[in-house]
Design a protein around this ligand. Structure first.
Ligand SMILES: [Zn+2]
Length: 491
């Protein structure tokens, strides 16, 4: 059964209940409790010190930048902050965890009771409650690559990198909504600047809890945890598969077992896995080397005041300018694109016409050339694109000619005005000049003129085309229409 067929099997009979646990690597220069760098891709075990190697006597010191970032994320998710949050030890033994425990927050997380609003698959605004957001340190990585047969290598560069874990309540009701929530969370974190949130590089990782219950039932079914989903698309696919698998089992009268399952991207299935966590009692206890935090009201408020305009506020601002929800969504999901648009607005572009010029004309050409909007190879600055839009708005050039001008601007880096003046592309709104072209077109095509007079309206379109051709597309189209109708009526 494919994931798509699965969704159909679930629909109407079972309700899918999903909660997500998301780990995000913070974009600090140094680790959570030591000064080691956090750069991605360095040779194994070159970014380590006595603290993150867990050598005897080494003591952790919390990274203030990491706490600031975690706080930014918490506040942007509208969470309640615990100023006296605490560190705990989570005990388990694994080769990539040199201390034999991970420093995390268990009983007193940094933040609780937040929410994230996003646009669901049905186009409706939905709110998912955030149960908690806590800070912790990352583990190292085990690898088999390039190791002699049967042995495992351990790279501790990642050990101690600061993470936040964001746990949602089980408020999601479809795999597609789970993907949309995750994308909205990524956009929000991108705005706050706390992480580069790249799922492919592992700086955003997502585990999901999924269960089914009969439509209309209030009780939750047995939870299955799904791991190893490495892209937004695979989150949706894995959850669709898993919901369908559970529906088939329930239909066959089986009980769902509470377990952890891994997503296999290539085969498109989840499979049961006895993970290291399962049979474990973590024996959490307060970290004796670190006291409770004492975040002052002033510090928290300073971080709150430093938050930029967040996606929801930006969406609302664009809606008030008259942009469609689709256009506003395209801009907001891509911060550099939205920044570009804001600079166009500041330079006097009309919002609705400006967004079309930006997302359809400019972006279409950049995408075809494989150039990003923030790339210096994009030679059209926002202020220049705003000028181009204003030339169209003022009737100096037609919308059709604007496309030609834009191509020239992209190639040469010149201003719209320069291109228009040099190539003589100003729209002809001079009645005399157009009337002359109209008279010539009517004289050259007497049959079309006769057809129009006999009631064939489509003959007018042909004659308009002839006039536009004669004026190299520069004639003001509404003037052409008007003068042609006048000429034909008189003739
Ligand atoms: Zn270190």
């Amino acid at each position: 059964m494919s994931a798509g067929e699965g969704a159909a099997a679930v629909a109407g009979r079972y309700e899918t209940v999903i909660g997500l646990e998301v780990h995000v690597e913070l974009a600090t220069k140094s680790k959570m409790f030591c000064g080691c760098p956090t750069d991605f891709g360095a040779p194994p075990n070159t970014q380590v010190c006595p603290v993150c190697l867990a050598l005897p006597g080494a003591l952790p010191v919390p990274n203030e930048q990491a706490i600031t970032y975690a706080l930014r994320a918490s506040l942007s998710l509208e969470c309640r902050i615990d100023p006296g949050c605490r560190w705990d030890r989570k005990n388990y033994h694994y080769p990539d965890l040199p201390k034999g425990y991970q420093i995390t927050q268990y009983a007193r997380p940094l933040a609780r009771e937040g929410c994230l609003r996003f646009t669901a698959a049905d186009g409706q605004e939905r709110s998912v409650r955030i149960r908690r957001l806590h800070m912790e340190e990352d583990t190292g990585k085990s690898t088999h690559e390039g190791m002699p047969g049967g042995t495992t290598g351990v790279d501790l560069n990642r050990a101690g990198v600061p993470l936040i874990e964001i746990v949602s309540e089980p408020d999601l009701r479809s795999p597609e909504d789970a993907r949309l929530y995750l994308q909205a969370l990524r956009t929000l974190l991108l705005y706050t600047g706390v992480s580069d949130v790249r799922m492919e590089e592992g700086s955003l990782r997502c585990d999901a809890n999924v269960s089914l219950r009969p439509e209309g039932s209030e009780e939750f079914g047995a939870l299955v945890e799904v791991k190893n989903m490495n892209s937004f698309r695979s989150v949706q696919r894995a959850l669709e598969y898993e919901a369908a698998r559970q529906a088939a089992a329930l239909d066959a009268g089986e009980r769902i077992v509470r377990e952890t399952r891994h997503w296999d991207e290539r085969r498109g299935i989840t499979f049961s896995s006895r993970s290291k966590e399962e049979a474990h009692d973590y024996r959490y206890f307060p970290e004796p080397d670190l006291g409770p935090s004492a975040l002052s009201e002033g510090f928290i408020e300073a971080v709150r005041a430093g938050l930029p305009e967040l996606p929801a506020a930006r969406l609302a601002r664009y809606a008030a300018l008259g942009l469609t929800p689709y256009d506003a969504g395209v801009l907001v999901a891509d911060p550099p694109l939205a920044d570009y648009f804001d600079r166009m607005l500041a330079a006097g572009a009309a919002p609705r016409e400006g967004v079309a010029l930006l997302t359809v004309e400019l972006l279409g050409r950049l995408n075809a050339a494989g150039v990003a909007i923030s790339d210096p190879r994009c030679r059209v600055r926002p202020e220049q694109l705003a000028d181009l839009q204003r030339l169209v708005g003022a009737g100096t050039i037609s919308g059709k000619v604007a496309k030609t001008v834009l191509e020239e601007m992209l190639a040469s880096g010149e201003d719209a005005q320069t291109v228009v003046a040099r190539q003589g592309l100003q729209q002809i709104s001079d009645t005399g000049a157009i009337a002359k072209a109209v008279a010539e077109a009517v004289a050259a095509h007497p049959q079309s003129a006769a057809d129009y007079r006999a009631g064939k309206r489509q003959a007018l379109g042909f004659l308009v085309g002839q006039v536009m051709k004669a004026t190299r597309g520069k004639a003001n189209p509404s003037l052409v229409n008007q003068l042609l109708e006048d000429a034909l009526r008189e003739g």
